[in-house]
Write a protein that binds this ligand. Structure first.
Ligand SMILES: Cc1cc2nc3c(=O)[nH]c(=O)nc-3n(C[C@H](O)[C@H](O)[C@H](O)COP(=O)(O)OP(=O)(O)OC[C@H]3O[C@@H](n4cnc5c(N)ncnc54)[C@H](O)[C@@H]3O)c2cc1C
Length: 303
């Protein structure tokens, strides 16, 4: 029997593990992939206090390192379901079941698909959702980045170190990204913009060769040659496995109060998977700290 099982080893889950373990509780951190979460797909993090600039994977490593010494059990597995039996919760993975007094859900979000012809067929053959993972394969090519938020602008700037040119296509006439990123993108000679436009189709025989783009104001359709397309058009929660608990809103984001408590006693949610305004490493870390502390309080008061 664990005191706390944390599902997901991104910044939110790792911070929750740190706080629970320092309270001397028996804690397991279940991760279906590589510890670090979305930070592993992030080139430069420039808004994490204490570091002017740090690569995502490096920050992930720094967060993960101390957990083992604190006695956090790192278990590999994909959680399929959580059963609520009152004071005891069952966490069910592909091939194992664990009992715990509290659960902290920290499974984050996943990139949204564009949903256009060619996207699926050419995935990993020029279509990518991770500049850090794939950018170096696109040396001296003309690339398209889809989206106008922080992630798309940040990763477009990152891609300029490999690419011949990077074009950002955005459905509005201004970017949503932070001002500092916008200024840097506008000043970068390798970055071009296509405004008020959406991708209609990605074309190519075996690899991406061109992209069909429609201007939403004029309805003019044009085809442009690109060697790669990087897509950053929003996020969806990774929360399907919590359905039985009925703790999600209509879009699947998990609803919590300020203490990270869901409507099920002993079940907490933190980080990107939560219904909230700002999805960042700093806010994930803050959520994790609160949930770790609240899980400790719950156990001392209820168990
Ligand atoms: C390209 C890009 C650039 C970004 N740049 C920045 C930036 O510069 N600054 C910043 O602050 N933020 C940035 N972000 C956002 C930041 O990475 C996220 O807000 C943060 O990682 C969220 O942390 P999290 O712990 O909630 O979730 P995640 O980091 O998504 O981690 C969730 C973890 O849960 C695991 N998991 C999911 N489902 C299961 C399951 N069923 N069972 C077991 N494990 C599971 C996943 O494998 C993953 O490791 C960026 C994001 C992207 C995509």
């Amino acid at each position: 029997m664990y005191d706390t099982i944390i599902i997901g080893a991104g910044p939110a889950g790792m911070t929750a593990a740190l706080y629970v373990a320092r309270s001397n509780l028996k804690v397991a951190l279940i991760e279906g992939g590589f510890p670090g979460g979305q930070m592993n797909n992030t080139s430069d993090i420039e808004n994490y206090p204490g570091y002017a600039n740090i690569s995502g994977p490096e920050l992930a490593e720094k967060m993960f390192e101390p957990l083992e010494n604190l006695g956090v059990e790192h278990l590999y597995g994909f959680v399929k379901n959580i059963e609520n039996h009152g004071d005891v919760k069952k966490v069910i993975t592909d091939d194992e079941e664990f009992e715990t007094r509290t659960v902290i859900v920290a499974t984050g979000s996943k990139h949204r698909l564009l949903g256009v012809p060619g996207e699926e067929e050419l995935n990993s053959r020029g279509v990518s959702y991770c500049a850090v993972c794939d950018g170096a394969f696109f040396r001296d090519q003309d690339l398209l980045v889809v989206g106008g938020g922080d992630s798309s602008v940040e990763e477009a700037i990152f891609l300029t170190q490999f690419a011949k040119s990077v074009t950002i296509v955005h459905r509005r006439d201004e970017l949503r990204a932070q001002k500092v990123l916008q200024d840097r993108a506008f000043a970068n000679e390798k970055i071009n913009f296509i405004w008020d436009s959406v991708v209609k189709e990605i074309k190519g025989e075996n690899r991406v060769e061109s992209v069909v783009i429609e201007n939403v104001k004029t309805n003019q359709v044009t085809e442009h040659a690109f060697g790669g397309v990087f897509i950053y058009v929003g996020l969806d929660p990774v929360s399907d496995f919590t359905k039985d608990l009925q703790i999600q809103d209509a879009s699947g984001w998990i609803v919590t109060d300020d203490h990270m408590k869901t409507s099920v006693a002993g079940v907490f949610a933190v980080g990107d998977v939560r219904q909230k305004d700002l999805r960042q490493v700093t806010t994930a870390v803050g959520d994790g700290a609160i949930a770790g502390q609240e899980a400790y309080k719950y156990i001392t008061e209820h168990c």
